[in-house]
Design a protein around this ligand. Structure first.
Ligand SMILES: NC(=O)C1=CN([C@@H]2O[C@H](COP(=O)(O)OP(=O)(O)OC[C@H]3O[C@@H](n4cnc5c(N)ncnc54)[C@H](OP(=O)(O)O)[C@@H]3O)[C@@H](O)[C@H]2O)C=CC1
Ligand SMILES: CC(C)CCC[C@@H](C)[C@H]1CC=C2C3=C(CC[C@@]21C)[C@@]1(C)CC[C@H](O)C(C)(C)[C@@H]1CC3
Length: 621
């Protein structure tokens, strides 16, 4: 084959830009396709990619970093290693590396014109150079502050491209030629890790921060005050005879009305009871996703066992004459007690995160601002021995407590209206939400591939969310129905049940599909699905449920939320609060996830977004 007279010739050693980044690696030109105007290049590890001419530079413009520079030996790596090479190792390691690299990219791009000669030619962020240059520890700390700020700005550069994925169209051809055909790239196992290396990259990545969420530092102050206040507002407002928003604000009860030591005792007992069930050696020990360190944590996934034992215990207590309507009459005090526990827990979590090793930290929540980090959470998987605090709080006391409270509301409705059985609306709300929780616990392992478990640190937001927000606001429909009955006609009831089942089907199928794929991409049951390979070694599903919209699970969840509010009728806005909140939460989560995935997967993510155009609702949004 003869090469046309083009800039680079077959066999030339040049620097090829890694798609989606500004990092260049040494590559060899294999061929040039005059039709597509793409060069086929091969990286040192054997990965072949097709690049445009503008993404190739002659080696003369690059100067490898001098080895004589002061640099810790642990940080030394062989030059000219392509990121794709990492796909043969661990996805966790590469995820960190790519995360670090992506952050570096944008930092590099901002300086590209002036500092071309300094551009790294390996997966090693610019920050390292700066760190290495800085021998003094004190100076290093100051510098780190500055770097964090730079990273934040840098990430914003990335985000702007995210908003316009179309602009990247045709820029790269990310097809790995060796992966052509049906074969999926092998998802790498952590056993293949070079542990030391992974730890180094993990530690490095955790010194970097992701862009600040939730309105940044000022936002954190706001949410810290607003969220508890909102819970109290809902609890006080919904119990009023006229809970209309026009009848605002609810009269503020005296301060002592918020507090009841016995309520605190019950909340503590409930949490301890759930903790006991959690540590009971019953049920599966499931493996979490590989961490940046390459480690995979084990989780006791016995949630279904926990809810069954809890239900039996509660039934026995009611049978023994325990009056569960106490929960309805002391809702405010129980909420205050739970808030207190969540604050104490968050303080503990923040303090221990200050002593955690870098690779144990989440990428977010390390802004250096105490309030923001306290709110967002810093440590990824805080554990006391094998007791995983985040997993436990998210899946047990609040979630099972939600069902317990709903049940107590049904009893309170019967007591208040002298009924022999709860109303149809109350039964629907109870059954729908029970199904949601039981399903979550039955498929507890699937939570290990969700954003909270994989990426978010554990701090006030989640501690409060799990222990206060879920049990005291997700129960709003049942609480509302106690004093605002809404009889349902049979057709209305049937329509609501159908809506719930459709939502549930979409939610469960899509979550299970992604979970199964993440756990075993070679699962034969998923072999019919199309995927896009990414530089991290993980692939993205691009057909099946994840080919319909980018978050099919959110779509199903929203349909279910609608079915939870409909039984309460349209007389007041308050029972619709969950639906409104949930739309906001999921739209925000979706954009957070978009930014994270774009950072992780670069142009592969853009390709996914071009193929699957809608985020949550097909053809609408
Ligand atoms: N009731 C409630 O209050 C709430 C319920 N939920 C529900 O919890 C569930 C989990 O939600 P959440 O954690 O937010 O998000 P997801 O379970 O959707 O997780 C998002 C992650 O999935 C992976 N992913 C995204 N697209 C693809 C793809 N095409 N192929 C393969 N993997 C992909 C990415 O992680 P990676 O690539 O790193 O694996 C991404 O970060 C949802 O059903 C949601 O509705 C969520 C929040 C609140
Ligand atoms: C206080 C903030 C404004 C918001 C806090 C958000 C949290 C309440 C939610 C974040 C993700 C959640 C999930 C569930 C409950 C709500 C929180 C904690 C979930 C456990 C509910 C049951 C589902 O089946 C699930 C898929 C397991 C959910 C996972 C995410």
């Amino acid at each position: 084959m003869t090469m046309p007279p083009v800039k680079y010739q077959r066999g030339d050693m040049v620097m090829g830009r890694w798609p989606g980044s500004s990092l260049y690696y040494e590559v060899k030109v294999l061929a040039f396709d005059s039709k597509s105007q793409l060069y086929t290049v091969i990286y040192k590890d054997g990965t072949e990619l097709e690049l445009k001419e503008q993404d190739i530079k002659s080696t003369a413009g690059f100067q490898p970093r001098s080895r004589s520079r002061s640099r810790s030996p642990g940080r030394r790596r062989s030059r000219s290693r392509s990121p794709a090479r990492t796909t043969r190792r661990s996805s966790s390691r590469t995820a960190a590396a790519v995360a670090a690299a992506a952050i570096t990219d944008s930092a590099v791009s901002s300086r590209r014109d002036t500092r071309l000669k300094d551009v790294e030619v390996m997966l090693s962020p610019v920050q390292q150079t700066k760190e290495a240059e800085n021998n003094s520890n004190n100076r290093h700390e100051k510098k780190e502050e500055k770097q964090k700020e730079e990273n934040n700005t840098a990430n914003k550069v990335n985000e702007t491209t995210e908003a316009e994925p179309e602009k990247n169209q045709g820029r790269y051809n990310l097809r790995r030629r060796k992966d052509d055909g049906d074969a999926k790239p092998a998802e790498t196992r952590p056993e293949q890790l070079e542990e030391k290396e992974a730890k180094r990259v993990g530690a490095l990545a955790s010194t970097l921060s992701t862009p600040l969420d939730f309105g940044g530092k000022i936002g954190a102050y706001f949410w810290l005050l607003f969220l508890p206040a909102w819970v109290f507002f809902l609890v006080l407002q919904v119990n009023r005879e006229d809970p209309s928003l026009t009848n605002f604000p609810p009269p503020l009860p005296p301060l002592e009305a918020f507090w009841d030591a016995q309520a605190l005792g019950f909340v503590i007992l409930w949490i301890l009871f759930q903790a006991l069930l959690y540590v009971t050696p019953v049920g599966k020990l499931s493996e979490g996703m590989p961490l940046r360190s390459g480690e995979r944590l084990k989780y006791r996934t016995n949630g279904f066992f926990a809810i069954v034992v809890s239900a039996i215990t509660v039934a026995a207590a009611v049978h023994q004459g325990v009056d569960l309507t106490y929960i309805h009459s002391h809702f405010l005090q129980l909420a205050t007690a739970s808030l207190l526990i969540s604050i104490l827990l968050s303080v503990y979590l923040y303090i221990r995160s200050r002593y955690a090793a870098p690779e144990q930290l989440a990428l977010g929540g390390n802004s250096g601002n105490v309030v923001y980090d306290f709110f967002k959470g810093h440590e990824l998987n805080p554990r006391i021995k094998n007791f995983d605090l985040k997993f436990f709080c998210e899946m047990r006391p609040g979630l099972i407590g939600w069902c317990l409270i709903n049940f107590a509301m049904a009893l309170a409705e019967m007591k208040q209206h002298g009924l022999d059985a709860p109303s149809n609306s109350m039964i629907l709300v109870n059954l729908f939400q029970l199904l949601y929780v039981v399903d979550g616990l039955w498929n507890e392992e699937a939570i290990l591939t969700t954003m909270d478990l994989m990426h978010d640190g554990f701090g006030f937001m989640l501690a409060f969310g799990d222990l206060v927000w879920v049990p005291f606001t997700y129960t709003m429909q049942a609480y509302y129905l106690v004093s605002h009955p809404n009889p349902l006609s049979l057709p209305a009831l049937a329509a609501i049940v159908i809506l719930k089942l459709v939502g549930f089907y979409i939610f469960r199928k899509s979550n299970s599909e992604k979970n199964a794929f993440r756990r075993n991409p070679a699962d034969p049951r998923l072999s019919h699905l199309k995927t896009i390979p990414t530089a991290t070694g993980k692939s993205l599903l691009v057909s099946g449920w994840w080919g319909v919209v980018r978050h099919p699970n959110y779509l199903g969840d929203l349909l279910m939320a609608l079915a939870w509010s409909l039984p309460c009728g349209f007389s007041h806005l308050l029972p619709w609060y969950y639906m409104i909140y949930f739309i906001i939460l999921l739209v925000h989560r979706d954009s957070r996830d978009m930014s994270d995935c774009r950072r992780k997967y670069g142009s592969a993510w853009d390709e996914y977004c071009r193929t699957v155009r809608y985020r949550i609702i097909p053809r609408v949004y």
